[in-house]
Write a protein that binds this ligand. Structure first.
Ligand code: ZN
Length: 464
Protein backbone atom coordinates (compact mmCIF):
# COMPACT_ATOMS: atom_id res chain seq x y z
CA UNK A 1 0.00 0.00 0.00
CA UNK A 2 1.30 3.38 -0.91
CA UNK A 3 0.45 6.19 1.39
CA UNK A 4 0.49 9.72 0.23
CA UNK A 5 0.88 12.65 2.50
CA UNK A 6 1.78 16.25 2.30
CA UNK A 7 5.40 16.84 2.21
CA UNK A 8 5.87 14.08 -0.29
CA UNK A 9 7.22 15.05 -3.64
CA UNK A 10 3.78 14.78 -5.20
CA UNK A 11 2.16 18.04 -6.23
CA UNK A 12 0.22 19.41 -3.25
CA UNK A 13 -2.75 20.45 -5.40
CA UNK A 14 -3.15 16.84 -6.34
CA UNK A 15 -3.22 15.88 -2.67
CA UNK A 16 -6.08 18.21 -2.05
CA UNK A 17 -8.14 16.55 -4.74
CA UNK A 18 -7.19 13.17 -3.55
CA UNK A 19 -8.32 13.95 -0.03
CA UNK A 20 -11.63 15.16 -1.34
CA UNK A 21 -12.07 12.02 -3.32
CA UNK A 22 -11.28 9.66 -0.47
CA UNK A 23 -13.38 11.49 2.10
CA UNK A 24 -16.51 10.71 0.08
CA UNK A 25 -17.41 14.36 -0.14
CA UNK A 26 -19.30 15.78 -3.02
CA UNK A 27 -18.01 14.37 -6.25
CA UNK A 28 -16.02 16.57 -8.41
CA UNK A 29 -18.15 18.69 -10.51
CA UNK A 30 -18.97 17.56 -13.98
CA UNK A 31 -17.27 20.63 -15.18
CA UNK A 32 -13.92 18.87 -14.48
CA UNK A 33 -14.09 15.34 -15.85
CA UNK A 34 -10.71 15.56 -17.48
CA UNK A 35 -9.09 16.23 -14.15
CA UNK A 36 -10.88 13.25 -12.64
CA UNK A 37 -9.61 10.91 -15.34
CA UNK A 38 -6.11 12.29 -15.02
CA UNK A 39 -6.20 11.66 -11.32
CA UNK A 40 -7.26 8.07 -11.72
CA UNK A 41 -4.43 7.46 -14.16
CA UNK A 42 -1.82 9.37 -12.20
CA UNK A 43 -2.16 7.57 -8.91
CA UNK A 44 -1.04 4.13 -10.15
CA UNK A 45 1.64 5.69 -12.34
CA UNK A 46 3.08 7.60 -9.41
CA UNK A 47 2.88 4.52 -7.27
CA UNK A 48 4.70 2.46 -9.86
CA UNK A 49 7.34 5.13 -10.36
CA UNK A 50 7.94 5.42 -6.61
CA UNK A 51 8.20 1.67 -6.37
CA UNK A 52 10.62 1.35 -9.26
CA UNK A 53 12.60 4.37 -8.15
CA UNK A 54 13.67 2.54 -5.02
CA UNK A 55 14.79 -0.57 -6.91
CA UNK A 56 18.33 -1.95 -6.75
CA UNK A 57 20.09 -3.32 -9.81
CA UNK A 58 20.65 -7.00 -10.47
CA UNK A 59 23.49 -8.17 -12.72
CA UNK A 60 22.11 -10.98 -14.82
CA UNK A 61 23.93 -13.43 -17.02
CA UNK A 62 21.67 -15.73 -18.99
CA UNK A 63 18.79 -16.25 -16.59
CA UNK A 64 20.90 -16.18 -13.51
CA UNK A 65 21.26 -13.26 -11.14
CA UNK A 66 24.99 -12.97 -10.44
CA UNK A 67 24.87 -10.13 -7.95
CA UNK A 68 22.75 -7.21 -6.77
CA UNK A 69 24.24 -3.73 -6.79
CA UNK A 70 22.99 -0.62 -5.04
CA UNK A 71 22.51 1.11 -8.36
CA UNK A 72 22.80 0.52 -12.06
CA UNK A 73 25.82 2.79 -12.17
CA UNK A 74 27.67 0.67 -9.57
CA UNK A 75 26.72 -2.51 -11.41
CA UNK A 76 27.89 -1.20 -14.76
CA UNK A 77 31.14 0.17 -13.38
CA UNK A 78 31.92 -3.15 -11.68
CA UNK A 79 31.30 -5.15 -14.85
CA UNK A 80 33.20 -2.74 -17.05
CA UNK A 81 36.25 -2.68 -14.76
CA UNK A 82 36.23 -6.44 -14.50
CA UNK A 83 36.33 -6.94 -18.25
CA UNK A 84 38.90 -4.21 -18.68
CA UNK A 85 41.12 -6.09 -16.24
CA UNK A 86 40.64 -9.34 -18.14
CA UNK A 87 41.57 -7.65 -21.38
CA UNK A 88 44.55 -5.97 -19.84
CA UNK A 89 46.08 -9.13 -18.37
CA UNK A 90 45.21 -11.43 -21.25
CA UNK A 91 46.01 -8.84 -23.87
CA UNK A 92 43.03 -9.89 -25.96
CA UNK A 93 39.37 -8.98 -26.17
CA UNK A 94 37.21 -11.06 -23.86
CA UNK A 95 34.17 -12.64 -25.39
CA UNK A 96 31.46 -14.24 -23.35
CA UNK A 97 28.72 -16.42 -24.76
CA UNK A 98 25.97 -14.86 -22.71
CA UNK A 99 25.32 -11.17 -22.57
CA UNK A 100 25.23 -9.39 -19.27
CA UNK A 101 21.97 -7.63 -18.52
CA UNK A 102 20.75 -5.35 -15.75
CA UNK A 103 17.39 -5.69 -14.08
CA UNK A 104 15.69 -3.90 -11.20
CA UNK A 105 15.67 -5.89 -8.02
CA UNK A 106 14.09 -5.47 -4.61
CA UNK A 107 16.30 -7.98 -2.96
CA UNK A 108 17.76 -5.32 -0.66
CA UNK A 109 19.42 -7.74 1.69
CA UNK A 110 21.79 -9.15 -0.94
CA UNK A 111 23.26 -5.85 -2.15
CA UNK A 112 27.05 -6.12 -2.43
CA UNK A 113 29.81 -3.71 -3.32
CA UNK A 114 31.81 -3.36 -6.51
CA UNK A 115 34.67 -5.66 -5.48
CA UNK A 116 32.24 -8.39 -4.43
CA UNK A 117 30.34 -8.10 -7.72
CA UNK A 118 33.64 -8.65 -9.56
CA UNK A 119 34.45 -11.68 -7.43
CA UNK A 120 31.02 -13.20 -8.03
CA UNK A 121 31.39 -12.50 -11.71
CA UNK A 122 34.80 -14.18 -11.78
CA UNK A 123 33.36 -17.17 -9.95
CA UNK A 124 30.67 -17.62 -12.60
CA UNK A 125 33.03 -17.24 -15.49
CA UNK A 126 34.88 -20.50 -15.40
CA UNK A 127 37.52 -19.48 -17.91
CA UNK A 128 40.89 -21.13 -17.79
CA UNK A 129 43.56 -19.22 -19.56
CA UNK A 130 46.56 -20.92 -21.09
CA UNK A 131 49.10 -18.76 -19.32
CA UNK A 132 52.79 -19.01 -18.50
CA UNK A 133 53.69 -19.86 -14.94
CA UNK A 134 56.92 -18.74 -13.29
CA UNK A 135 58.14 -21.74 -11.33
CA UNK A 136 60.70 -21.51 -8.55
CA UNK A 137 62.19 -24.86 -7.54
CA UNK A 138 59.27 -26.59 -9.24
CA UNK A 139 56.56 -24.52 -7.58
CA UNK A 140 54.54 -21.90 -9.43
CA UNK A 141 54.78 -18.52 -7.73
CA UNK A 142 52.99 -16.31 -10.25
CA UNK A 143 51.44 -16.52 -13.73
CA UNK A 144 51.64 -14.10 -16.62
CA UNK A 145 49.81 -14.13 -19.94
CA UNK A 146 52.48 -15.69 -22.12
CA UNK A 147 56.07 -16.82 -22.54
CA UNK A 148 57.15 -13.37 -23.67
CA UNK A 149 55.75 -11.71 -20.58
CA UNK A 150 57.38 -14.40 -18.45
CA UNK A 151 60.74 -13.76 -20.03
CA UNK A 152 60.28 -10.05 -19.47
CA UNK A 153 59.73 -10.71 -15.77
CA UNK A 154 62.86 -12.87 -15.47
CA UNK A 155 64.96 -10.38 -17.43
CA UNK A 156 63.86 -7.51 -15.29
CA UNK A 157 64.59 -9.45 -12.07
CA UNK A 158 68.07 -10.27 -13.35
CA UNK A 159 68.81 -6.90 -14.90
CA UNK A 160 68.16 -5.17 -11.59
CA UNK A 161 71.55 -6.54 -10.47
CA UNK A 162 73.33 -6.42 -13.80
CA UNK A 163 74.32 -2.77 -13.69
CA UNK A 164 76.28 -1.32 -16.57
CA UNK A 165 79.32 -3.53 -16.26
CA UNK A 166 80.17 -6.99 -17.43
CA UNK A 167 78.24 -8.70 -14.65
CA UNK A 168 76.90 -12.13 -15.35
CA UNK A 169 73.64 -12.69 -13.52
CA UNK A 170 71.81 -15.87 -12.70
CA UNK A 171 69.16 -17.10 -10.30
CA UNK A 172 70.23 -18.99 -7.22
CA UNK A 173 67.09 -21.10 -7.40
CA UNK A 174 65.89 -23.17 -10.32
CA UNK A 175 63.59 -20.74 -12.14
CA UNK A 176 61.50 -21.93 -15.10
CA UNK A 177 58.74 -20.72 -17.38
CA UNK A 178 56.14 -23.41 -17.95
CA UNK A 179 52.61 -23.46 -19.36
CA UNK A 180 49.97 -23.14 -16.64
CA UNK A 181 46.18 -23.14 -16.72
CA UNK A 182 44.89 -20.32 -14.56
CA UNK A 183 41.78 -18.25 -14.19
CA UNK A 184 42.26 -14.81 -15.77
CA UNK A 185 41.90 -13.07 -12.43
CA UNK A 186 44.94 -14.99 -11.22
CA UNK A 187 47.04 -13.50 -13.98
CA UNK A 188 49.43 -10.70 -13.16
CA UNK A 189 50.91 -8.27 -15.61
CA UNK A 190 54.70 -8.32 -15.92
CA UNK A 191 55.35 -5.35 -13.61
CA UNK A 192 53.12 -6.74 -10.87
CA UNK A 193 54.79 -10.13 -11.21
CA UNK A 194 58.25 -8.61 -10.80
CA UNK A 195 57.11 -6.73 -7.72
CA UNK A 196 55.47 -9.83 -6.28
CA UNK A 197 58.61 -11.92 -6.70
CA UNK A 198 60.99 -9.24 -5.53
CA UNK A 199 59.05 -8.41 -2.40
CA UNK A 200 58.13 -11.96 -1.64
CA UNK A 201 54.40 -11.61 -2.11
CA UNK A 202 52.21 -9.44 0.00
CA UNK A 203 50.52 -12.24 1.88
CA UNK A 204 52.02 -14.28 4.67
CA UNK A 205 52.42 -17.93 3.81
CA UNK A 206 51.72 -20.78 6.13
CA UNK A 207 53.90 -23.79 6.62
CA UNK A 208 53.03 -27.07 8.28
CA UNK A 209 55.82 -28.41 10.47
CA UNK A 210 57.24 -31.70 9.24
CA UNK A 211 59.05 -34.38 11.19
CA UNK A 212 62.62 -33.38 11.91
CA UNK A 213 62.11 -29.68 11.14
CA UNK A 214 63.99 -27.22 13.25
CA UNK A 215 63.22 -23.52 13.42
CA UNK A 216 66.35 -22.95 11.46
CA UNK A 217 65.23 -25.37 8.69
CA UNK A 218 61.88 -23.65 8.39
CA UNK A 219 63.38 -20.18 8.43
CA UNK A 220 66.13 -20.93 5.94
CA UNK A 221 63.73 -22.65 3.54
CA UNK A 222 61.64 -19.48 3.61
CA UNK A 223 64.73 -17.26 3.26
CA UNK A 224 64.11 -15.48 6.54
CA UNK A 225 66.00 -15.29 9.83
CA UNK A 226 64.98 -17.39 12.78
CA UNK A 227 64.36 -14.04 14.53
CA UNK A 228 61.90 -13.02 11.83
CA UNK A 229 60.17 -16.38 12.07
CA UNK A 230 59.84 -15.97 15.84
CA UNK A 231 58.45 -12.47 15.38
CA UNK A 232 55.70 -13.75 13.09
CA UNK A 233 54.95 -16.60 15.49
CA UNK A 234 55.26 -15.24 19.02
CA UNK A 235 54.01 -18.48 20.55
CA UNK A 236 56.36 -20.75 18.67
CA UNK A 237 58.82 -22.54 20.97
CA UNK A 238 61.38 -25.06 19.76
CA UNK A 239 60.54 -27.38 22.64
CA UNK A 240 56.79 -27.42 21.99
CA UNK A 241 56.83 -27.61 18.19
CA UNK A 242 54.53 -30.29 16.81
CA UNK A 243 54.31 -32.05 13.49
CA UNK A 244 51.47 -30.57 11.48
CA UNK A 245 51.48 -27.32 13.45
CA UNK A 246 51.02 -24.28 11.21
CA UNK A 247 53.68 -21.64 11.18
CA UNK A 248 53.20 -18.24 9.59
CA UNK A 249 56.01 -17.26 7.34
CA UNK A 250 56.19 -13.57 6.68
CA UNK A 251 57.87 -13.21 3.38
CA UNK A 252 59.89 -10.10 3.37
CA UNK A 253 62.69 -11.54 1.26
CA UNK A 254 62.51 -12.13 -2.48
CA UNK A 255 61.15 -15.39 -3.83
CA UNK A 256 64.22 -15.71 -6.00
CA UNK A 257 67.76 -14.59 -5.31
CA UNK A 258 69.95 -13.13 -8.00
CA UNK A 259 73.60 -14.11 -8.02
CA UNK A 260 75.87 -11.75 -9.93
CA UNK A 261 79.53 -12.39 -10.68
CA UNK A 262 81.91 -9.86 -12.13
CA UNK A 263 85.48 -8.74 -12.08
CA UNK A 264 86.35 -5.50 -10.42
CA UNK A 265 89.61 -3.61 -10.08
CA UNK A 266 90.17 -1.98 -6.75
CA UNK A 267 93.00 0.07 -5.33
CA UNK A 268 93.96 -0.87 -1.82
CA UNK A 269 96.32 0.32 0.84
CA UNK A 270 99.13 -2.03 1.83
CA UNK A 271 100.17 -1.95 5.46
CA UNK A 272 103.88 -1.65 6.24
CA UNK A 273 105.81 -4.18 8.27
CA UNK A 274 107.79 -3.37 11.39
CA UNK A 275 111.34 -4.69 11.38
CA UNK A 276 113.67 -4.72 14.34
CA UNK A 277 117.39 -4.74 13.98
CA UNK A 278 120.15 -4.81 16.52
CA UNK A 279 122.26 -1.71 16.88
CA UNK A 280 125.46 -2.39 18.79
CA UNK A 281 125.70 1.22 19.93
CA UNK A 282 122.46 0.94 21.94
CA UNK A 283 122.13 -0.49 25.42
CA UNK A 284 119.80 -3.37 26.12
CA UNK A 285 116.26 -2.00 26.34
CA UNK A 286 117.02 1.11 24.26
CA UNK A 287 115.09 1.56 21.01
CA UNK A 288 115.51 4.00 18.17
CA UNK A 289 113.34 4.64 15.12
CA UNK A 290 115.63 4.22 12.11
CA UNK A 291 113.05 4.46 9.37
CA UNK A 292 109.44 5.54 9.56
CA UNK A 293 107.07 3.06 7.89
CA UNK A 294 104.87 4.13 4.99
CA UNK A 295 101.81 2.36 3.58
CA UNK A 296 101.93 1.23 -0.02
CA UNK A 297 99.19 0.88 -2.67
CA UNK A 298 98.22 -2.02 -4.84
CA UNK A 299 95.74 -2.63 -7.60
CA UNK A 300 93.81 -5.85 -7.26
CA UNK A 301 91.52 -7.50 -9.78
CA UNK A 302 88.83 -9.39 -7.90
CA UNK A 303 86.27 -11.91 -8.98
CA UNK A 304 83.30 -10.70 -6.96
CA UNK A 305 80.08 -12.59 -6.28
CA UNK A 306 77.00 -10.84 -4.94
CA UNK A 307 73.64 -12.14 -3.84
CA UNK A 308 70.81 -9.65 -4.30
CA UNK A 309 73.47 -6.98 -4.53
CA UNK A 310 75.28 -7.95 -1.32
CA UNK A 311 78.88 -9.11 -1.71
CA UNK A 312 79.20 -12.70 -0.54
CA UNK A 313 82.68 -13.56 -1.82
CA UNK A 314 85.68 -12.16 -3.62
CA UNK A 315 88.70 -13.89 -5.03
CA UNK A 316 91.93 -12.26 -6.12
CA UNK A 317 92.53 -12.79 -9.83
CA UNK A 318 95.51 -10.52 -10.18
CA UNK A 319 97.39 -8.10 -7.96
CA UNK A 320 99.82 -5.41 -8.96
CA UNK A 321 101.87 -3.36 -6.54
CA UNK A 322 101.66 0.33 -7.45
CA UNK A 323 103.75 1.55 -4.60
CA UNK A 324 105.52 -0.84 -2.26
CA UNK A 325 105.15 -0.16 1.44
CA UNK A 326 108.19 1.12 3.25
CA UNK A 327 108.93 -0.99 6.31
CA UNK A 328 109.30 0.67 9.67
CA UNK A 329 112.75 -0.10 11.01
CA UNK A 330 113.44 0.07 14.71
CA UNK A 331 116.91 -0.41 16.10
CA UNK A 332 117.22 -2.06 19.45
CA UNK A 333 120.23 -2.43 21.66
CA UNK A 334 121.77 -5.40 23.38
CA UNK A 335 124.80 -3.70 24.91
CA UNK A 336 125.23 -4.19 28.62
CA UNK A 337 126.14 -1.20 30.76
CA UNK A 338 129.34 -1.90 32.77
CA UNK A 339 129.43 -5.41 31.35
CA UNK A 340 133.17 -5.38 31.96
CA UNK A 341 132.41 -5.83 35.65
CA UNK A 342 130.96 -9.22 34.96
CA UNK A 343 127.68 -8.28 36.63
CA UNK A 344 124.21 -8.41 35.13
CA UNK A 345 124.69 -4.93 33.70
CA UNK A 346 122.13 -3.40 36.10
CA UNK A 347 122.82 -0.54 38.43
CA UNK A 348 121.88 -0.54 42.09
CA UNK A 349 118.80 1.55 42.95
CA UNK A 350 120.28 4.74 44.43
CA UNK A 351 117.63 5.40 47.13
CA UNK A 352 114.29 4.17 48.42
CA UNK A 353 111.22 5.37 46.50
CA UNK A 354 109.37 5.19 43.21
CA UNK A 355 110.18 7.04 40.01
CA UNK A 356 107.74 9.98 39.94
CA UNK A 357 109.01 11.72 36.85
CA UNK A 358 110.45 9.80 33.90
CA UNK A 359 113.31 10.50 31.56
CA UNK A 360 112.60 12.33 28.33
CA UNK A 361 110.57 15.26 27.08
CA UNK A 362 108.69 17.09 29.81
CA UNK A 363 106.81 20.38 29.33
CA UNK A 364 108.79 21.12 26.19
CA UNK A 365 112.16 20.46 27.78
CA UNK A 366 114.21 17.32 28.01
CA UNK A 367 114.39 15.79 31.46
CA UNK A 368 117.85 14.27 31.47
CA UNK A 369 117.33 11.93 34.38
CA UNK A 370 114.61 10.44 36.55
CA UNK A 371 113.15 11.84 39.75
CA UNK A 372 112.86 9.35 42.58
CA UNK A 373 110.49 10.17 45.42
CA UNK A 374 112.51 10.43 48.63
CA UNK A 375 111.95 12.11 51.99
CA UNK A 376 114.30 14.84 53.08
CA UNK A 377 117.39 13.08 54.44
CA UNK A 378 116.85 9.65 52.88
CA UNK A 379 120.15 7.76 52.33
CA UNK A 380 121.57 7.85 48.80
CA UNK A 381 123.98 5.10 47.65
CA UNK A 382 126.39 4.63 44.74
CA UNK A 383 124.66 2.85 41.85
CA UNK A 384 127.90 1.04 41.00
CA UNK A 385 131.47 0.90 42.18
CA UNK A 386 133.58 3.83 40.93
CA UNK A 387 135.49 6.98 41.65
CA UNK A 388 133.92 10.19 42.94
CA UNK A 389 134.54 12.83 40.24
CA UNK A 390 132.78 15.81 41.69
CA UNK A 391 130.95 16.92 44.85
CA UNK A 392 129.50 20.42 45.15
CA UNK A 393 126.77 22.94 44.38
CA UNK A 394 125.97 23.40 40.72
CA UNK A 395 123.16 25.73 39.62
CA UNK A 396 119.78 24.04 39.28
CA UNK A 397 121.20 20.70 40.43
CA UNK A 398 121.88 22.02 43.90
CA UNK A 399 124.24 19.78 45.82
CA UNK A 400 125.35 17.10 43.37
CA UNK A 401 127.68 14.08 43.26
CA UNK A 402 129.09 12.59 40.03
CA UNK A 403 130.64 9.11 40.08
CA UNK A 404 132.73 7.70 37.20
CA UNK A 405 132.41 3.94 36.72
CA UNK A 406 134.90 3.61 33.86
CA UNK A 407 134.14 2.95 30.20
CA UNK A 408 132.69 6.47 29.89
CA UNK A 409 129.83 5.69 32.28
CA UNK A 410 128.97 8.36 34.85
CA UNK A 411 126.09 8.50 37.37
CA UNK A 412 124.86 11.77 38.84
CA UNK A 413 122.89 12.42 42.07
CA UNK A 414 121.31 15.88 42.56
CA UNK A 415 119.25 18.10 44.97
CA UNK A 416 121.09 16.45 47.88
CA UNK A 417 121.01 17.86 51.42
CA UNK A 418 124.42 16.45 52.33
CA UNK A 419 127.37 14.54 50.87
CA UNK A 420 129.71 12.16 52.77
CA UNK A 421 132.28 11.57 50.00
CA UNK A 422 135.12 13.60 48.45
CA UNK A 423 136.42 13.85 44.87
CA UNK A 424 138.92 11.11 44.02
CA UNK A 425 137.50 8.73 46.62
CA UNK A 426 136.76 5.06 45.61
CA UNK A 427 133.27 3.86 46.46
CA UNK A 428 131.70 0.42 46.31
CA UNK A 429 128.40 -0.45 44.74
CA UNK A 430 125.67 0.41 47.25
CA UNK A 431 127.99 2.52 49.42
CA UNK A 432 126.33 5.41 51.29
CA UNK A 433 127.37 8.72 49.66
CA UNK A 434 124.92 11.34 51.03
CA UNK A 435 121.30 12.26 51.79
CA UNK A 436 118.42 13.43 49.62
CA UNK A 437 117.08 16.94 49.85
CA UNK A 438 115.62 19.82 47.86
CA UNK A 439 118.64 21.95 47.02
CA UNK A 440 118.91 23.78 43.70
CA UNK A 441 115.93 24.10 41.39
CA UNK A 442 113.60 21.69 43.16
CA UNK A 443 109.93 21.84 44.16
CA UNK A 444 110.33 19.39 47.06
CA UNK A 445 112.63 16.71 48.42
CA UNK A 446 113.51 14.05 45.81
CA UNK A 447 116.56 12.49 44.21
CA UNK A 448 117.32 13.50 40.62
CA UNK A 449 119.38 10.64 39.13
CA UNK A 450 121.19 10.64 35.76
CA UNK A 451 123.12 8.04 33.76
CA UNK A 452 125.58 9.51 31.25
CA UNK A 453 127.40 7.25 28.78
CA UNK A 454 130.15 8.79 26.65
CA UNK A 455 128.70 12.25 27.40
CA UNK A 456 125.17 11.27 26.32
CA UNK A 457 122.29 11.14 28.77
CA UNK A 458 120.60 7.72 28.81
CA UNK A 459 117.32 6.72 30.36
CA UNK A 460 118.24 5.51 33.84
CA UNK A 461 115.12 3.33 33.90
CA UNK A 462 116.82 1.04 31.40
CA UNK A 463 119.57 0.27 33.90
CA UNK A 464 118.15 0.33 37.43
ZN1 ZN B 1 114.85 15.83 37.93
Amino acid sequence: MVTISEGNHINSKLVVYLKTLLSGAAPIKGSRPVLKIMLLVCIPVIAVLTFFGSAKCAVVMGDEVIAVASSRKVAETAVEEYFNHLELVTGMPVKISEEIKYRPSWNFSSVVDKGEIQKLLAGKMDVQYGATGIFVNGKMVVAVKDQQAGQKVLDSLLNAYKGNGDKSVTFKQKVELKPAEVSPVELADADKAVEYIRFGGSEARKYKIKEGDTLWDIASAAHIDVEELMRSNPNLRPETMQIGQEVVISQTSPLVDVIATYTETRQEEMAFRVQEKVDSSLYSGEKKLVQRGKSGRREVVYNVTTENGVEISKKVVEAKVLQAPVPQIVAKGEKKLLAFRGGNGRLAYPTVGAIVSPFGKRWGRVHEGVDIAANYGSPVVAAEAGTIMRVGYSGGYGLRIDISHGGGVVTRYAHLSSATVKPGQRVERGQFIGRSGSSGNSTGPHLHFEVIVGGVHKNPSLFI
